[in-house]
Design a protein around this ligand. Structure first.
Ligand SMILES: *[C@@H]1O[C@H](CO)[C@@H](O)[C@H](O)[C@H]1NC(C)=O
Length: 291
């Protein structure tokens, strides 16, 4: 743990007021990092600022995943809120690396291939994580409601005991819309509902894997293709989802027509073509782009 993370925690043992004053001061003296409200403090520690709902889920999921796997996940040290609970601060480890999005177009074909293989391996390893309880659910990591941009909004949903409940909920969000007064629309939803899969495993899902959330490092004295994923970040949507969900999010998060998009559609996660087609249809009915 960094020195500042330690001091912040120590101060927080006595009272939240000096801790909040200290973190505000440290953020002002810190450096803003690319992507979102993320700052690097003087000792190198990183603080991510956001809503408590999101950061709490990220904190719980990453702590457990770090403990039970060798996945490249930054350590999280602490989480606390502002006085009115409107803002939360997640104190975490700084991992030196570069955002893959910024590097992608400079990579050789073999470097890109190497990254894709690493992402595939990361997803395989995530799927080996077992939940803290024997019965699986669809929800946040610890069994509470979850957040997911593919469902929309900033309100948490669920949790759901099983896939039937989850499918019912998803369809109910559409069938309450005024356009469902048309019989043809109602029929289409009924048929989508019937086709919705019920037989997938429920697996640990990051839910937002894209080129922005992957940090890479290069071994410059090594051959051309030695590029490593050093961190997968932004675990706010992480939790338990049906097995096709990760792929649907990968497809939606990829730049259409790019080589990355082609890889996520065909082999980084294989299969689930019908499930993805159904999600695309739901997004189109819903009003299109979610990103
Ligand atoms: C799914 O969960 C609901 C609500 O808990 C339950 O009534 C139903 O029997 C479950 N279905 C299956 C297939 O387990």
């Amino acid at each position: 743990m960094g020195l500042l993370a330690f001091i912040l925690r120590l101060v927080g043992c006595f009272s939240n007021v000096p801790r909040r004053l200290l973190i505000s001061y440290l953020i002002r003296r810190g450096t803003k990092l690319p992507g979102g409200s993320v700052f690097q403090l003087l000792d190198g520690t990183v603080v991510k600022i956001g809503s408590l709902g999101y950061l709490q889920r990220e904190f719980e999921a990453t702590q457990y995943a770090r403990k039970h796997t060798k996945l490249p996940i930054p350590r999280v040290y602490d989480l606390f809120t502002s006085k009115d609970n409107q803002v939360a601060y997640l104190i975490m480890e700084y991992v030196p690396g570069e955002m893959l999005l910024r590097k992608w177009r400079f990579l050789s074909a073999s470097q890109k291939h190497s990254i894709m293989v690493q992402v595939k391996d990361i997803i395989t390893e995530m799927r080996s994580i077992r939940p803290p309880r024997s019965q699986r659910w669809i929800g946040s990591f610890t069994g509470g409601p979850f957040l997911d941009f593919m469902i929309g909004g900033n309100d948490p949903y669920g949790p759901f005991d099983n896939k039937t409940e989850f499918n019912n909920f998803r369809i109910s969000r559409f069938t309450s819309m005024p356009y469902c007064e048309f019989p043809s629309v109602r029929e289409r939803f009924a048929s989508i509902h019937r086709e919705m899969p019920n037989d997938h495993d429920i697996v640990f899902t990051h839910g937002d894997i894209n080129l922005r959330n992957i940090l890479v490092d290069f071994k410059r004295d090594r051959p051309d293709d030695d590029v490593h994923i050093v961190a997968l970040v932004d675990w706010e949507q992480a939790g338990w989802r049906p097995a096709y969900w990760e792929k649907a999010k990968l497809v939606f998060g990829a730049q259409p027509g790019s080589d990355w998009s082609a890889a996520v559609k065909t082999w980084i996660v294989e299969g689930y073509e019908n499930e993805i087609a159904r999600e695309i249809e739901l997004q189109l009915i819903h009003g299109g782009a979610i990103y």
